[in-house]
Write a protein that binds this ligand. Structure first.
Ligand code: FES
Ligand code: FES
Length: 158
């Protein structure tokens, strides 16, 4: 049995230790906001926070998660940070098909939490692990700039 904290709640799973965190989240806990794109650590669609660090859940065996804190998009949605990102992505037209967006939002939140006033180059670097096939990235970059402005003071809070 592997015990860990998932979205603020202590949970246990009987999944084999080599099963991917991504599959445990989606199949056992029905947290389907975390997407599978490449399955190889290249696209960022499966991004979650593990101990507050942005990680690709397709690369993490559940056995290594024992005792860790995992946060998915379903939990981020409850926060003021999400509200700011949601509004900013809407205003900037940063969402098209939407497949990359949960991972992109996780990456945006990680970026702004570490660097509340990023330069454009820092924004592009911050989302460089997340692929989007639709937007050409410029609207996503605009969304993050707007979220930095709208969320002034919010990103600094722990
Ligand atoms: S599905 Fe994990 S990085 Fe692409
Ligand atoms: S909005 Fe379609 S992949 Fe990004």
């Amino acid at each position: 049995m592997i015990k860990f904290t998932l979205n603020g709640r202590v949970v246990e799973t009987k999944a084999p230790a080599t099963m991917r965190l991504l599959d445990v989240l989606r199949e056992e806990f029905n947290l389907i906001g975390t997407k599978e794109g490449c399955g190889e650590g290249e696209c960022g669609a499966c991004s979650v926070f593990v101990n507050n660090q942005l990680q690709n859940s397709c690369l993490i065996p559940i056995g290594s998660i024992a005792g860790a804190e995992v946060q998915t998009i379903e939990n981020l949605i409850e926060t003021e940070r999400f509200k700011i990102l949601d509004e900013s992505y809407s205003i900037a037209g940063g969402v098209q098909c939407g497949f990359c967006i949960p991972g992109m939002i996780m990456a945006s939140a990680a970026l702004l939490s570490n660097n509340p006033q990023p330069s454009e180059a820092e924004i592009r670097e911050g989302i460089s692990g997340n692929l989007c096939r639709c937007t050409g990235y410029n609207m996503i970059v605009d969304a993050i700039k707007l979220a930095a402005k709208k969320g002034d003071g919010v990103w600094q809070k722990k």
